[in-house]
Write a protein that binds this ligand. Sequence first.
Ligand code: TEU
Length: 547
Amino acid sequence: MDQPWWKRCVAYQIYPRSFCDSNGDGVGDLRGITSKLDYLASLGIGMVWLCPVYASPNDDNGYDISDYEAIQPDFGTREDWIALRDGLHARGIRLVMDLVANHSSDEHAWFVESRTTKDSGKRDWYIWRPPAADGGPPNDWQSVFGGPAWEYDAATGEYYLHLFSKKQPDLNWESTAFRTELFAMMRRWVALGIDGFRMDVINLISKPDGLGAGGNEGGMDRALNGPRMRDYLAEMRREVFAGTDLVTIGETPGMPLELAREITDERAPLLDMQFHFEHVDLDHAPGASKWDSTPMRMPALRATLSRWQDGMDPHGWNSLYLGNHDQPRAVSRYGDDGRYRRESATLLMTLLLTLRGTPFIYQGDEIGMANVAFDSIADYRDIETLNAWRWLTDTRGLDAASALAMIRKKSRDNARTPMQWSAAPNAGFSAAAPWIAPNPDYTGHNVAAAEADPDSVLHYTRRLIALRQGTPALRSGRYRLLDAEHPALWLYERTSEMGRCVVALNFSDTTQPLPPALAELPCLLTNHHNPAADTLAAWEARILGPA
Ligand code: TEU
């Protein structure tokens, strides 16, 4: 049976604020993206995931939506969006929109109405609870961005739940009227010719029973994978997606493998694929915050991703990613953004594009963009980062230098600096000073320079995508780890009825012998200039086969 289109293509994620600014206001926009359509097509991708472009007061850069059907004026107009949709489709690229439906903005008309009175018709579209006996919040849940997850609202003397910022009140999926309106809104987007949704924290939508009645310590953890999540997803599939070939992609922090396998089972799917978080949590010190980093080690990464590769086979399907707009840059985190920047960026791209699942390339990773090290907290923009700064310096009492070092490693702003198009001022991103400063390394690392260099990460990425697309074993073959113990080499094979490939990745800065059986296989692609048949050079990646 033919595979659905979304299993066959490579995806590219765009963070519109930071991609390309067409009108010189320092903020990326839809026309900016449209001006880069030929670039996107030249990569060989088949799907774009566009982060939120809806009306928003931007407390969390668009993940706080005040109108699901209006385009954020900073980004352009509805006509601009239509031009982008058509330009993508004309190039054979599908368009996946972001659906942020666990919460809205507090400036959404629904919330404005909900908070007015206790008997408002939309009161139960959000999660309101009376104060605890001492007048404090209904329980001790903490929000993901720091501080209590409940906000007191004097108008009615009750608290509302917000698992993220207090400007992101959680919607109440228990309300049938809310779900009916949400699904109708989604159908209106479907009618506009979109190709699917990436669903923000979609496994937070069903809150535990008895919420706010005491107990229930914690926060987001306690709301994960809740009791009615499956029912809501099944209803959504029926109401919005029945009879379509649209793709549904869940963002699902804290979803265990067994559940992900069940939910994406192609024989009765609730979602087509999902993003898990296990590998991006590997460098958090156990029991500590994400700001308390431990080294990222290849064997842990290998064990985690191999477990998901095996566990989702044969009926589940992974969304594959090494970075996105919430994570540090992949080359800085899993590779070496110093001496071996090109080698390790191409090795990581090889990993991403040779696993089973749909790979998502995050904008800029195709030119090896790296973490930024801003001099001062005043250069950072992200709400999570700014809240963390206060917590690290005030509550934990760290000095500024130590707090800044932690933030440089993990801030989401690492991934949000402007896309580096050229060595021109502002990285060729904008004619004006961008909303967040570019990474100063743009003078050497940018698309124009990469186009001119046949050895660049960019050209390698194109070759890799073309190879994957032309090689059934790489696209959909079964994954098998060949050596679970090697301290530096990650070796695996991909097999299908159509053939076999072996991928050999050297995650170290020393030359490593290749097992003799592999040394005999023909080389399909390597990121090294003069590969030696029986060894892998520092950070060398090699794809071998068919055999
Ligand atoms: O992220 C959800 C999420 O839980 C994390 O990726 C989160 O940003 C990170 O753990 C913080 O340390 C999604 C969006 O991708 C993110 O940009 C939004 O801020 C968040 O939901 C709220 O909508």
